[in-house]
Each structure stands twice: as C-alpha cells, then as structure tokens.
Write a protein that binds this ligand. Structure first.
Ligand SMILES: Cc1cc2nc3c(=O)[nH]c(=O)nc-3n(C[C@H](O)[C@H](O)[C@H](O)COP(=O)(O)OP(=O)(O)OC[C@H]3O[C@@H](n4cnc5c(N)ncnc54)[C@H](O)[C@@H]3O)c2cc1C
Length: 605
C-alpha cells in the first residue's frame, strides 16, 4: 500500500472514531473495531489500567466512560507505520476533560484490531520540567531570605513530624524512589521510608556476582538517564550507588533505617495511620495515600524439609547468600534452578567449591545474547536509538501491546529461538537439564508477567552444567535433610557442607497481610499475574497485572514495583493518579475485573 493511502486510511479511521465518540454512540464506535479487538487503556477513559477485549466489552466501556472522559482534539502524531500481518499502525494525540493523552491504533482491513490509549499529563499540572522548572532563586533583596539548602532542610525537618506527607511510600528501592521522583515533579508532598540504612541497599545486599540482566538502555530511571559510558550490564553495587545518588540529586525525602510495622485506614477521615520504628522510637504517620513498594517478593520461602534442623553444615535462603568465598573444596548443594540458583552455583564454582544443583521441575533458559538479539535490541539498544526510538518512546511502544496479543507474538519468536539455539538446547538437555519455554511456549517475558519466576537468563552458568563442572540432579526433590547432607526422592544421598535454598519468595500480598491485615489482603486479592490459568497464575483472566499501579479494592492503597522498566513507566501513571486525588480531580474508575461493571464511586474525588 502506498504511504499516502496508508496515511489516509489511518486519518479517516481516527476522524470517524473521534466523530462517533463525540456523538456518544458506543454502538457505532464499536463497529469501527474487529469483533475480537483489544483496547488497552491506561487511565485515559477508565482511570485504571485495563484491557477490554471484544466488541461487547468495548461498547460497555464506552457507554460508561465516554461522557466523563469527553475525548476530543484527536490528531495523528506522525505518519503511519507498517505493522505485522499486513496491519497499519499509527500514533495519535488527544485530550480528555482532565488530561492530555496519547494513543496508538493497529488497523487491519480498515478496522481496528488493537487500540492503546494513555494519559501523559494532567491538564494544568505539568511536571516541573523544561519551561516549568523551578527558578532556583528569587532575584532581588529580601530580609531574612532563606537559601535553597535552608529551605530544603526545613522541609526535611518538618515532613512527617509537624507536617504530614500527602503520600507515604513504604520501601525505598527502585520502585519507591522512582515514584517519589515522579511525585516530586508534580508537587505532591511525599515521604519514603525504608528499613535499610541507605538507599540502594536492596541491591547492595545481594550476592557479589550479581549483574543486571537488562541492558543499560532499558533501565534508565526517570529524569536522570545513565551517562553514555555506563556499562551495558550494571553490576549490582553500581546500581545501588546510582539509586542512592539519584535519591540525593532528586532531593527525595527518605527516612532510612525506618521500618513500617502497621497501617490502618480510617474511612471517615480518609487517612492512614502508619506506625514505624525509627532509630529505636515508634513514630506515627498520617498520609492520605499509602503506597506499598516493598519489593516484588514477600518473605524468603524455604520448603519445610523434614530433618532440616538436624543439618550440621551451613544452610540458608538464597537471599542471605553473599559470596562463595570460604567454600573452596566444600560440598555445596543449591536447591532450585532459576536465576539466583544458577548465579550462586557459578559463583561457588568460581570459588573452587564442589557444587550440585537440585532441579525439581523444568525451567526456561534463554541466553542473554539471544534476548538482546530477538527482543531488547528492537526497542532498547544503540541501534534502536539510531532509529529514533528513545527509551521513552520504546516504553510507549511496549505498552501499546495488550498482554493477550503479546503471548501469541512471543510464541512465534520462541519458535525461532529454538531453531537459532538448537545446539545449545540439545547440550543442556543431554546434561539432564529439564527445559521448558512456558506452558504455551510464550517464553520468558510472559513467565515474568504471569508468575515472576521459573527462568534463567544464561550469563554463563549453563555452560558449567553442560560440561559437568556444576553437577546436576534433576527431576528429584529433597526427601529429607540429614546431619551431613540430603536424601533425594530417587533414594540417592548427597553429602553437603552447605545448602542454599534458592526456592523463591512468598507472594507480594503477604506484605499487605502483615502490614495492614489479613482482611484487607483478602479483599485486595492476589498481586501480580494476569490470570492466565498457567502454573502460579490462576484465573480468571484479568488482561492486566493484578493490583499493580492502579486502584485496589482498598481505598487509597497502591502497589508500586516491578523491574526497572516497569518502575520507570508505571511510576508516572501512578503519580498522576495520586496527584489527581490530591487536587480533587474526578477520577471515576472503570475496572470491571476489580470493581464490577459500574463506575466506582469510591474513587470519585
Ligand atoms: C538476580 C536478580 C537479577 C535481576 N535483574 C534485573 C534486571 O536485569 N533488570 C531489572 O529491571 N530487574 C532485575 N531484577 C529484579 C528487580 O528489579 C528487583 O527485584 C528490584 O529490586 C525490585 O525493586 P523494588 O523497589 O520493587 O523492590 P526492592 O528493591 O526489593 O525494594 C524494596 C524495599 O522495601 C524495603 N522494605 C520492605 N519492607 C519494609 C518495611 N516494612 N518498612 C520499610 N521498608 C521496607 C526494603 O528494605 C527494600 O529496600 C533482578 C533481581 C534479581 C534477584
């Protein structure tokens, strides 16, 4: 199709869409979509993060949301792009009553197969960037003038003591600090508390060999990208130091060494009461909004093996593992076969230990270089930058794809990967390693989105397993821990001086159970996962990550987290939702999977 014809087709679809929306006729809008179409909306129409699927669902969302949203001023952003399977794609801008928005269409045969709509800014509440930045000084002569630093110290002294933060974030890892930075740019008084002594400690305290698996182009923090010399894969201590420096440069208000111990919401005063231990004292905070940013995993999970207390060697969870130093010549068992298990096996081997991995069930393994070639390089790489795809732009492209369609697309890529790395996978299988590619073959990202575990990004340990330098016992589990080793389910005994349990973590909802109450945790429900019906991601199908970055069933309670890409992109959406509530901007929530079909009035400001 000629470029001009494609442009006409996109422009005419968008015009028709805008006109029918303005005519408030959901049925006629629906007919612009294929019956099996997907619409991913990030706040623009729904004030939530939802994907509606199919004609009836699209019509229902419009019927309930279009009046309040009042979408208008649609304009194509740039020329159309050819999409997959003969589709056409185009980006556009539009406005709602309260926000400036961006959207993306995929058309096939003149009708929409997927639509993406997303708030980018609240009208009248720009972030303090560019022309809207602080002046830094007031020129003139003023008696009793306070310097920037003096004003800053005053805020630090007062916040949480004589003035209350509007928003309290529990957890100052990357999730907490990125959200705090976003809120700062929107003038929302925010306090972060973290039980660690220094920002970045969550990375600092991980095992010494850890390097990020995502390349630098994918892990920038908002407003302050890494400099051009930054290594492709960031070592964990560098990441820790960057987070600490970031917190300082962004002038975030963080109380370190402060552990939240309980939180309760008072519906009448619309306020939280949060108690925390700070420098040995109990302090009480009363924010209007509470964000849980305590990490993607709950407490370390160690299966209850019979006989574990009788073990005479050392045993601990992978989260307590720091280094293989001191284990030369020692017999070390690593239970588990995901990322941490592999990294720890390799680190122990590098320190001269005799290492055995115990693999109970199959694991997805994919080489880091293969991920770069087939996935990351398309959006987050030097080549992508050269093609004009900045990190911000890449985030929008990634967000424009509904999860339901992503699984299908990734299956096709993994079919290619299996051929590309066939010899590699053969060698792994010959070593006895039990492999999978996800229950439906959709690969690593989908496993991450569905359950956050079950994979290893190979940065070297698989080679050790293939050639036997790290021994492998697969298809077995520990039957019994004995004084000097373990007995396996196949009857074999393995002697051990060290057992590392790389057996994962409790689910995130445990944080809510512990901090707030089991009732609130039950009401909010499971956090993370799409409801794909695959292992550890039970249905029903939600179409979006459960409870992440969007209104939960507990008024004024939010969950922030995920990897660095998610922390960066979704922190902005979460900050906008919190800012809107602070400003009293109406935010009627439409999220049928969470609140039922009606607009949720509790979220009306
Ligand atoms: C081996 C490995 C490799 C990884 N590689 C990558 C990668 O390449 N790219 C990527 O993006 N991600 C990667 N991650 C995953 C992910 O980014 C991290 O898990 C990340 O740390 C999550 O950030 P967070 O801020 O949500 O949680 P965390 O970093 O876990 O921070 C949570 C904070 O909450 C605090 N906290 C908890 N409870 C309380 C309380 N009651 N009161 C006060 N504070 C509390 C903790 O002290 C902690 O500082 C990797 C993780 C691992 C383990």
């Amino acid at each position: 199709m000629a470029h001009s014809e494609a442009a006409d087709q996109c422009a005419s679809w968008l015009n028709e869409f805008a006109e029918r929306l303005a005519g408030r006729d959901p049925k006629r809008v629906r007919s612009l979509f294929h019956e099996a179409a997907h619409w991913r909306d990030l706040l623009a129409f729904s004030w939530s993060i939802i994907t509606v699927e199919g004609g009836p669902a699209i019509q229902d969302m419009l019927a309930r949301c279009v009046e309040a949203a009042n979408p208008h001023a649609f304009a194509l952003e740039d020329g159309p792009l050819p999409g997959a399977q003969g589709s056409l794609e185009a980006w556009f801008r539009f406005e709602t009553t309260t926000a400036n928005c961006r959207g993306h269409i995929r058309l096939r045969d003149g009708r929409c197969v997927s639509l993406f709509t997303c708030v980018v800014a609240l009208k009248g509440h720009d972030e303090k960037l560019g022309a809207a930045r602080d002046k830094g000084v007031q020129h003139g002569a003023f008696a009793g003038r306070k310097s920037w630093t003096e004003r800053r110290r005053e805020i630090q002294r007062e916040l949480g003591v004589s003035t209350q933060p509007y928003c309290l974030i529990i957890g100052g890892g990357q999730g907490g600090v990125t959200l705090a930075a976003r809120l700062k740019m929107l003038n929302v008084p925010t306090l972060v508390i973290d039980k660690h002594a220094r920002p970045g400690d969550a990375w600092r305290e991980r095992y010494r060999s850890l390097c990020l698996h995502d390349p630098v182009w994918n892990i920038h923090l908002p407003y302050l990208p890494f400099p051009d010399h930054w290594p492709v894969f960031t070592p964990k201590d560098k990441m820790a130091d960057w987070i600490e420096a970031y917190a300082q440069i962004m002038e975030l208000d963080i109380w370190s060494s402060t552990e939240a111990t309980s939180a309760a919401y008072d519906a009448s005063s619309r306020e939280w009461t949060v108690t925390a231990k700070r420098a040995g004292e109990t302090v009480t905070l009363r924010p209007k909004q509470l964000v849980i940013a305590t990490g993607m995993s709950g407490a370390p999970h160690i299966p209850n093996y019979p006989g574990a207390t009788s073990f005479e060697g050392l045993q601990f969870h992978s989260s307590a593992y720091r280094t293989g130093e001191g284990f030369a010549g020692k017999r070390c068992i690593v239970v588990g076969s995901n990322n941490s298990a592999h990294d720890i096996c390799a680190d122990l081997w590098e320190h001269g230990a005799d290492v055995t991995m115990i693999q109970r069930s199959s694991t997805l393994v994919v080489r880091a270089a293969t991920i770069m070639k087939f996935f990351s390089s398309k959006l987050y790489s030097e080549e992508a930058l050269k093609a004009g795809i900045t990190t911000e732009w890449a985030d929008f492209i990634a967000a424009s794809r509904p999860y339901a369609l992503l699984a299908e697309a990734h299956k096709a890529v993994y079919d290619e990967i299996k051929i590309h790395d066939a010899e590699y996978y053969d060698r792994l299988a010959k070593a006895g390693f039990m492999l999978d590619f996800g229950e439906d073959g959709s690969g690593l990202s989908m496993k991450y989105i569905r359950r956050g575990s079950g994979y290893y990004i190979d940065v070297g340990a698989s080679e050790l397993i293939m050639d036997g330098r790290v021994k492998l016992k697969s298809g077995v589990h520990i039957e019994q821990v004995e004084a000097n080793g373990v007995m396996l389910s196949d009857g074999a005994s393995l002697p051990a001086d060290l057992i590392v349990y790389a057996t994962g973590f409790d689910p995130m909802e445990r944080w809510i159970e512990q901090l707030i109450s089991p009732d609130v945790a039950r009401s909010v429900g499971h956090i993370w996962g799409l409801g794909s019906g695959t292992r550890r991601d039970p249905g029903p199908w939600m179409g979006e990550l459960r409870n992440m970055w969007k209104p939960t069933r507990q008024q004024s309670l939010w969950v922030q987290g995920g990897n660095l890409q998610q922390a960066r992109f979704y922190s902005k959406l979460l900050a906008i939702q919190i800012k809107a509530r602070m400003e009293g901007i109406p935010t009627p929530v439409y999220d049928p999977m969470v609140f039922g079909a009606e607009l949720n009035p509790r979220h009306l400001a």
